[in-house]
Write a protein that binds this ligand. Structure first.
Ligand SMILES: C[S@@+](CC[C@H](N)C(=O)[O-])C[C@H]1O[C@@H](n2cnc3c(N)ncnc32)[C@H](O)[C@@H]1O
Length: 348
C-alpha cells in the first residue's frame, strides 16, 4: 500500500492530456491513496470460482477500465431503468438528502464509478470538507475524480481499493465535521444478503452512525425495489447486448491479465430472476463441452454448464429495513420516484 504525495487540485484548468506512468497506469495530480490488491489474490479468486462445484466469478471482476466504460453504456440503455430513475430521485431530492447529511461533511462514495449522481449531491451540500471516491477500477476512478475536481470547489481524495475489505481513509486538509457514506447505483444489490448486511455494518462504523443512540454520520444507499419480473429481467438482457458484452469482457480480461484462454464464443449470456435468492442472476453458459487453461490449471466445462457472473438483489422496503436493522441501523428517510421503482434510503 502506498500513498502518493498530495498536490492541490487545479479546479480551473482545461482537461489535461492523459499521462501514463511506467507500468502503463494513468498518472494524476490528485493524491491517490492506493490500497488495491496485487495480481496474486486475483488469480486465487478466479481459481476459487472456476474450481467450485457451481462455477462463479466475483462480480467486481467486471470492472477493469473497459468494464467501467461498458457499465456507463448500460446506464443509458432503454431497458436499464435503474440509473435514470435514481438520477430523477437525486434531481428532485438532493437538497433534502444534503440537508440530512449536514454541513462540513466528508462524503465517501464506495464504488463511485463515473460519480455522476454525486455531482448533484455535491452541488447541494453545504461546504463539504472533502469528497472521497473509492473504486477498484483505478484509471476510471482517476478520470472521474479529476472531473469532479474541475467542476466542484471541494477537496477530492480518491482511494483505489476493494471497498469490501478494510482500507484507510485519506486525511482532509480542512476541518471534517462529520462523515457520510453515499452508496448509490444499486451496487448493494451485487452482494448477497449476508454480504450486504456486513457492508452496511462496516459503513456504519466508518461514519460513526449507530453508536449508542448518538447519531453520528449518515449512510445513504440507493437500492432497487422488487417489481414485475419481466421488467427486471429485461434490464439485464438489453436488446443491444451491452450487458452481455459487459460479461464477455470479464473473459477477455482474464485472457489479458492471467493468460486464461477462456473463449467468449464458447459461451452464451442470460440473466434470470431467482425468486428464492431475490435477485437477478447473470450467467455465462458453455455452448459445448470444452477445457480451458487458467494460470496453469485445466478447467473442464460440461456442455451447458454455467458460470455465475453477478447477482443483482432486489428488496422490498420492509426487507431492506430488516437488513439494516440486523446491524443496528434504522431507516430514517426514504426518497423514491413516483412509480416507487427505486429507493434512496438514509440509514442512521
Ligand atoms: C453498479 S456500479 C455503480 C457506479 C456508480 N456508483 C453509479 O451509481 O452509477 C459499481 C461500481 O463499484 C465499483 N466496484 C465494484 N466492486 C467493487 C469493490 N469490491 N471495491 C471497489 N469498487 C468496486 C465498480 O468499479 C463500479 O464503479
Amino acid at each position: 500500500m502506498s500513498q502518493r504525495p498530495s498536490h492541490a487540485s487545479d479546479t480551473t484548468s482545461e482537461p489535461a492530456p492523459v499521462e501514463m506512468d511506467a507500468v502503463g497506469s494513468r498518472a494524476s495530480d490528485l493524491p491517490l491513496l492506493e490500497c488495491a490488491p496485487s495480481q496474486r489474490p486475483l488469480i486465487e479468486e478466479v481459481l476459487e470460482g472456476l474450481t467450485a462445484e457451481e462455477k462463479f466469478l466475483p462480480a467486481k471482476l467486471h470492472y477493469d477500465h473497459r468494464g467501467s466504460e461498458l457499465f456507463e453504456r448500460i446506464c443509458s440503455v432503454e431497458e436499464y431503468y435503474i440509473t435514470r430513475t435514481e438520477l430523477g430521485i437525486m434531481k428532485d431530492s438532493s437538497e433534502e438528502i444534503a440537508e440530512s447529511i449536514g454541513s462540513g461533511a466528508m462524503l465517501i462514495e464506495p464504488g463511485s464509478g463515473a460519480s455522476l449522481k454525486t455531482r448533484l449531491l455535491l452541488d447541494a451540500l453545504d461546504s463539504p470538507a472533502a469528497y472521497v471516491p473509492v473504486d477498484i477500477s483505478r484509471d476510471f476512478l482517476l478520470e472521474a475524480a479529476e472531473e469532479i475536481a474541475r467542476r466542484h470547489e471541494v477537496e477530492v481524495l480518491p482511494v483505489w481499493a476493494d471497498f469490501t475489505k478494510a482500507h484507510p481513509l485519506p486525511e482532509a486538509d480542512g476541518e471534517v465535521e462529520g462523515r457520510a457514506i453515499y452508496f448509490p447505483g444499486s451496487t448493494i444489490g451485487n452482494f448477497t444478503r449476508a454480504e450486504a448486511r456486513d457492508l452496511l455494518g462496516r459503513f456504519a462504523e466508518m461514519v460513526g452512525a449507530n453508536t449508542s443512540g448518538d447519531v453520528g454520520g449518515s449512510v445513504i444507499v440507493g437500492f432497487d425495489q422488487k417489481k414485475e419480473i419481466g421488467r427486471m429481467e429485461a434490464a439485464y438482457n438489453d436488446a443491444e447486448g451491452v450487458t452481455a458484452e459487459f460479461n464477455y469482457n470479464v473473459l477477455d480480461r482474464l485472457g489479458r491479465e492471467l493468460e486464461a484462454d477462456l473463449d467468449r464464443d464458447k459461451f452464451t449470456f442470460r440473466a434470470e430472476w431467482d425468486e428464492e435468492v431475490g435477485a437477478i442472476v447473470s450467467r455465462l453458459r458453455a455452448r459445448e463441452a470444452h477445457e480451458v487453461e487458467v494460470a496453469g490449471r485445466t478447467i473442464v466445462f460440461e456442455s451447458g454448464e454455467p458460470i455465475r457472473m453477478e447477482e443483482s438483489h432486489k428488496y422490498t422496503r420492509e426487507e431492506f429495513e430488516a437488513l439494516a436493522g440486523q446491524v443496528g441501523l434504522g431507516l430514517d428517510r426514504v426518497w423514491s420516484d413516483p412509480a416507487d421503482d427505486f429507493a434512496v434510503a438514509r440509514l442512521v
